[in-house]
Design a protein around this ligand. Sequence first.
Ligand SMILES: Cc1cc2nc3c(=O)[nH]c(=O)nc-3n(C[C@H](O)[C@H](O)[C@H](O)COP(=O)(O)O)c2cc1C
Length: 128
Amino acid sequence: MSPYPEIAETYTYLAEELNKLGIVYLHLVDHSDMGAPEVPSEIKGIIRTRFKNTLILSGGYDREKAEAEIENCQADLIAFGRPFINNPDLLKRMLNHWPLSHDLKKDQFYSANAIGYTDYPVYKTPNP
Ligand SMILES: Cc1cc2nc3c(=O)[nH]c(=O)nc-3n(C[C@H](O)[C@H](O)[C@H](O)COP(=O)(O)O)c2cc1C
């Protein structure tokens, strides 16, 4: 999202109008972690304030960052994308404080088969 002079005005209007429609949630994706322009924090703040229903944020989150956003009331929910690919048991790992895999093979994205999507292993607890 590249900034432009009317950006705050535009998103204020959008958030208010979406709110009037009574939609259940907004899912705001910030792809700056993947090289896209960052969603300005001012815009996230505007949406958070003006849109009254559930706000989901995503893009480049880990557990700590996600919890901080929730605790600071910046979002109601945080969505995870890429961490689910190389951690198919992501929730279990987070709940148990098990280490996450950071070995994500980006050259295998968008493959036409299981390779790079469903062939990552689940966490193996060390033998006692
Ligand atoms: C391989 C791959 C495929 C994706 N496909 C889609 C898609 O079809 N539709 C979509 O809205 N987002 C898609 N995304 C974006 C993710 O939903 C998510 O917004 C993005 O990865 C940022 O979240 P993350 O930092 O937790 O991964 C894709 C991402 C990856 C890595």
